[in-house]
Design a protein around this ligand. Structure first.
Ligand code: AKB
Length: 316
């Protein structure tokens, strides 16, 4: 196998914190470079560079130094923080992506880009939202993801760049807390249930969104990057689905393990974004083209989350 050199941007975020160790296991610690920006964990064990994804000169120098063969470009502002800082969201999400599209188009590099269910909006079908449908998002985050997906497709068509992407749903994980997203409640509820037995939820109890356990998200990310280029028929981003539940259903699943759990519902401005996103998505294109399948359902994901968080907080 050709030896790989891998760059991961956003390596200490929710996805990166779990993807980087998997990449290190597969390709060797010395072959995975984490591009840190501001918050770098003191105990990070691996090759580290610091820099700004919006700076093409800085990023080009890194490519000269390491001759990367794969890039996982995860660095992004999420939906809730994007509404507070729309200019920064535009700058980081799109100028960051442009940097890598431009550098990679002239090299033999496979580029992964993280998109989101935020590409959909109130005019997209709500249930089982198809791969190809109306994309009229109302959040700035969603707008950057649609524009980014179109750019990816453009660079593939015009320059032959091997770029691949996933529309992640809300991701649920215990190693690293989510931050700045609309789906963060689905992670926070576990932390608060375990620490305090009580959670105040910022969306209504009947809010239903597509979700996925992080192990499945990491598996899907590696699967799409392993796939034969011929099998990647979508060069925008693939719908990436697993679960779909209301907050009330999640609350009930957690209560099976923590019977005393109390949840209050105090919707805030994030409700509007949640309401504009699909209830569930159709990911049959990913299943057909490159064999995507998920493992975790609501009960097994809930059990894993609670078991691991109890361990993490020394409560088992
Ligand atoms: C968010 O809520 O902003 C993210 C996402 C679904 O892209 N978790």
């Amino acid at each position: 196998m050709m030896s790989e050199k891998i760059l991961v941007t956003g390596p200490f975020g929710q996805i990166g914190s779990e993807l980087v160790p998997e990449l290190q296991k597969r390709y060797g610690k010395e072959n995975v470079v984490a591009l840190g920006h501001r918050h770098i964990p003191e105990d990070y064990d691996g090759v580290l560079e610091t820099g700004d994804v919006r700076n093409p000169e800085e990023m080009s120098k890194l490519f000269e130094k390491y001759e990367f063969t794969q890039v996982y470009h995860l660095a992004s502002l999420l939906s809730a923080v994007g509404e507070d800082k729309p200019e920064l969201a535009w700058d980081v999400n799109l100028n960051g992506l442009r940097t890598f599209l431009d550098i990679c188009k002239d090299r033999d590099v496979k580029l992964f880009w993280a998109s989101s269910i935020a590409v959909f909006g109130p005019t997209s079908p709500l249930d089982n939202t198809p791969q190809h449908t109306v994309l009229e998002p109302t959040s700035i985050y969603g707008i950057t993801k649609v524009a980014g997906e179109l750019l990816c497709q453009y660079y593939h068509e015009i320059y032959g760049l091997d770029v691949r992407g996933l529309r992640y749903p809300g991701l649920i994980s215990w190693k690293q807390e989510a931050g700045g997203g609309t789906t963060d409640y689905a992670v926070e509820i576990f932390y608060e249930a375990i620490k305090k037995g009580e959670y105040s939820c910022f969306v209504k109890e009947d809010t239903k969104l597509p979700m996925m356990y992080m192990d499945d998200a990491v598996k899907g990310t590696l699967m799409i990057m392993d796939a034969d280029p011929e099998d990647i028929k979508v060069r925008m981003s693939y719908n990436h689905g697993a679960l779909s539940f209301t907050v009330k259903e999640l609350e009930e699943a957690i209560r099976k393990h923590i019977p005393e759990l109390k949840v209050h519902y105090e919707p805030d401005k994030r409700q509007k974004t949640a309401d504009s996103w699909p209830d569930s998505i159709d990911d049959s294109a990913a299943r057909k083209d490159w064999g995507w399948e998920h493992k975790y359902d609501l009960p097994t994901m809930t059990e894993e989350m609670i078991k691991n968080l109890r361990k993490k907080f020394g409560m088992d």
